[in-house]
Design a binder for this molecule. Sequence first.
Ligand code: PLP
Length: 358
Amino acid sequence: MMILKNLVADAIYQQSGYKAPVYSGAIKMDANENPFRLEEPLKRKLMEDLKKVELNRYPEAGNPELRARLAKYYGVDQDRVMLGNGSDELIQILCLTMKGKISGVVAPFPTFVMYKIIAVNAGQKVVEVPLDENFDLDLDAMLDKVSADFPSLIFLSYPNSPTGNLFDRDKIETLIRKAPGLVIVDEAYGAFSGQTLLTLTKKYDNLLILKTLSKLGMASIRLGFLLGHPEIVEQLNKVRLPYNVNALSQLTANFFLDNIDEFDRQVDDIVHRREELFAGLKKIAGITPFPSQANFIYFSCNFDSDRIYANLAAQGIMVKNLNVPPRMTNCMRVTVGNHQENETFLKALQRVVSEQGA
Ligand SMILES: *Cc1c(COP(=O)(O)O)cnc(C)c1O
């Protein structure tokens, strides 16, 4: 199939492709999901509701009911809300739409890998700006890139993945003021930090906030949403596929909102467990965990993290091995699990590390 090389965009042909790992029966602490399953009574209630979905019909296009509820929840007008099949889809729509007289994407490094992958696949040029030694934005370097490249999109994860910290708010605000295009503040982990920049959308038309249910207990339904200026939403809607959020997901997202108190309690629990996990990691010699405002902890090892990863995986414990030199040499990211999972992980890591150190 030599011709494929001529058919496929160079930037796509050269990639190895993002492969989401598949495993069953493992302790999953690699993808920042919520460790809690839905309790039986709630699950039964959801199953009852799902029976009402007319599977032969297209879902409500543009999702007005769900949009209205989310708008009310966040205290904004409905025309400021747009839903996506996961926030990944909204990132894709942004990258496909914002290619006018100015284009290009600026993002820090390290950050959420999908910004770059999606942007490159959408034909955008991507510039990555290294974070400073505290994992905060290097504002001068960011501003240099902004004035040199004139990007249409700047992506900031708040808190950042994989490092877990919140960037300095004043630096973000300066960037928003100096940006020639849009600044997207991705609050996928916002609930775990208790912080949001949503109120700034009233002050700055070029600021968009991205959110998702994926890290809050609903990763399976793929529901993300964007909050921002109606004129931007109007343009993005031209690129959005008409029935992008399916009926089962719409209904389940409404169920999520009906039971938001239960999910809020889980967030509180995860935040509490995060501190336990952090304390446990700190006690292991040769492991340096970094403070986190998210539902995961980034840590570096004085050992070969590839071996640690393989050793944990052999025991059915999945974490994220980042190990990208030089910035992330021997670095890993672990999702906060339930109490049992955290204990199992810490014991296993302690054992692996003492074997390696010996
Ligand atoms: C997980 C994640 C997303 C993707 O969310 P989906 O709604 O599942 O597509 C977006 N941004 C960041 C920073 C994430 O970690």
